[in-house]
Write a protein that binds this ligand. Structure first.
Ligand code: CA
Length: 473
């Protein structure tokens, strides 16, 4: 405890040596595996999410907000890079660190949003799940964050001292040994402390939850909030979601306490859709789950507030995507791009203030090994293992009515849009590796195929043949 306080005090001392700035603060809450219908403003009835909902009430609810990818790691790379992550071959999850491909991670040649904001004078802090690089040079405190408290992999126990846990909690690259709090509570505590330390200059906080990803683990106190839920998995899930909502509330309260609401841009979204069978998460009325490019895998709760700048209580229906949070953060911080820098994200502020009409995006693309999708306006094409679907989401949000045979010209148009976009992308630089297809250290096991159904619906990604994975996409 003493050591923790000392480290935080040193960090505070360092931060307070800067002069106060006038650029707005930026906070991005990224939920993990939170389905479209898992928040009150999107129709969740049995688990209240008042703090998350308050972001929509005070700002904007995006009905057509998308994650960059239907699984965790590439989606987070899309946010951190501000672009389609498969521009740099980041197309698949890693698997556990000990089996991960040596290539895995966001390369240092692709800058992160905190690196850019730090150069503009921001204090930069992250709490939570990283999952876009394990190796030295690729970890959060080496990728632009002044302060990091969290873990590097894709999932871990919510109990810091769980004896089954291999993935350590880290603070700025050092293992944390004295943590006792339920993880979501610990993250909230650290996030609030970071804001307190950074209050005298513009700050960027990336609050990357592992909630509500499995394992299903909640404290008795959180579960006790839901006596009306009898299904034990749903009750635990409700506890996890309630803890996340409370963590969001603690951060929002801190911003309010400091009188910074009108100087703080806040986003909340989820890195992918819900794996319903695994966690009881809900994506309705959407089709599909985490891991799929049907809407249930990629369309997520997506909210934004900036009091005094963005009119409150809005519902915005044009497409937006995770990488737009990156572009918006840069815009409000006054960061300009160099000539050769690519950003697929768009500054959303002019669209939600009414200053700019039209759409942030005419089209969006997703590529996940053997499946891909493109949406242009109301039309969406989904291609899965050689089967191609065409939907009109205006009439068919549940993707039930395949129009591929009836509308061949429209299908051809979307295929051409996808092909043009995809021609700019890089082949996948790794596939997900675990004990089934890799040795410890990341070397492939020859012939070790995967492709088993996920418990949450959808499928694991690809086989361990990278060439086949790329070709199939
Ligand atoms: Ca996820």
């Amino acid at each position: 405890m003493k050591k923790r306080l000392l480290m935080l005090a040193l960090f505070c001392l360092f931060e307070s040596s800067f002069a106060a700035g006038r650029n707005p603060n930026v906070i991005i809450f990224l939920a993990d595996d939170l389905g479209y219908a898992d928040v009150g403003v999107n129709g969740c009835k049995d688990i209240p999410t008042p703090h998350i909902d308050s972001i929509a009430r005070n700002g904007v609810r995006f009905t057509d907000g998308y994650a960059n990818h239907p699984v965790c790691s590439p989606s987070r790379a899309g946010l951190m890079s501000g672009m389609y992550q498969h521009r740099f071959g980041f197309e698949h999850n890693s698997g556990p660190e000990r089996y991960a491909s040596p290539n895995f991670g966001q390369p240092r040649s692709v800058p992160t949003v905190p690196e850019k904001l730090k150069a503009a004078g921001y204090a930069t802090g992250m709490v939570g799940k990283w999952h876009i690089g394990f190796k030295e040079g690729l970890r959060p405190h080496e990728r632009g964050f002044d302060y990091f408290f969290g873990f590097l992999s894709g999932a871990r126990s919510y109990y810091p001292d769980s004896p089954r846990e291999n993935d350590p909690l880290l603070r700025n690259g050092r293992i944390v040994k004295n943590e006792k709090d339920y993880l979501t509570d610990a993250f909230a505590r650290e996030a609030v402390a970071f804001i307190e330390c950074s209050k005298n200059k513009p700050y960027f906080l990336y609050f990357a939850f592992n909630a509500v990803h499995s394992p299903l683990e909640a404290t008795k106190a959180y579960e006790a909030r839901f006596p009306h839920i009898t299904d034990p998995n749903r009750k635990t899930y409700a506890g996890m979601l309630s803890a996340m909502d409370e963590a969001v509330g603690r951060v929002l309260a801190k911003v309010r306490e400091l009188g910074q609401e009108e100087n703080t841009l806040i986003f909340f979204y989820s890195d992918n859709g819900g794996p319903t069978m695994e966690t009881t998460s809900r994506n309705d009325p959407l089709r599909g789950y985490k891991g799929q490019v049907f809407e249930g895998g990629i369309r997520v709760p997506f909210l934004m507030q900036w009091k005094g700048v963005v009119p409150a209580g809005q519902t915005y229906g044009e497409m937006v995507m995770g990488f737009d949070c990156h572009a918006t953060a840069l815009a409000v911080a006054g960061v300009s791009l160099s000539n050769d820098e690519i950003l697929d994200g768009v500054n959303l502020i002019p669209f939600v203030t009414g200053e700019q009409t039209g759409r942030p995006h005419d089209q969006l693309l997703w590529r996940v090994g053997w499946q891909h999708a493109v949406r242009a306006g109301d039309w969406k094409m989904v291609a899965v293992r050689g089967e191609t679907f065409l939907f009109n989401l205006r009439d068919d949000i549940g993707e039930k009515n395949d129009l591929a045979a009836k509308e061949p010209a429209k299908l051809k148009e979307l295929q051409a849009i996808y092909a043009a976009g995809d021609s700019q992308m890089m082949p996948a630089q790794w596939i997900r590796q675990d004990a089934r297809n890799a040795e410890i250290g990341g070397k492939w096991k020859p012939g070790g195929a995967i492709g088993a159904p996920r418990r949450g619906g959808g499928l694991e990604e690809g086989s361990n043949d990278l060439t086949a994975t790329v070709t199939a996409s």
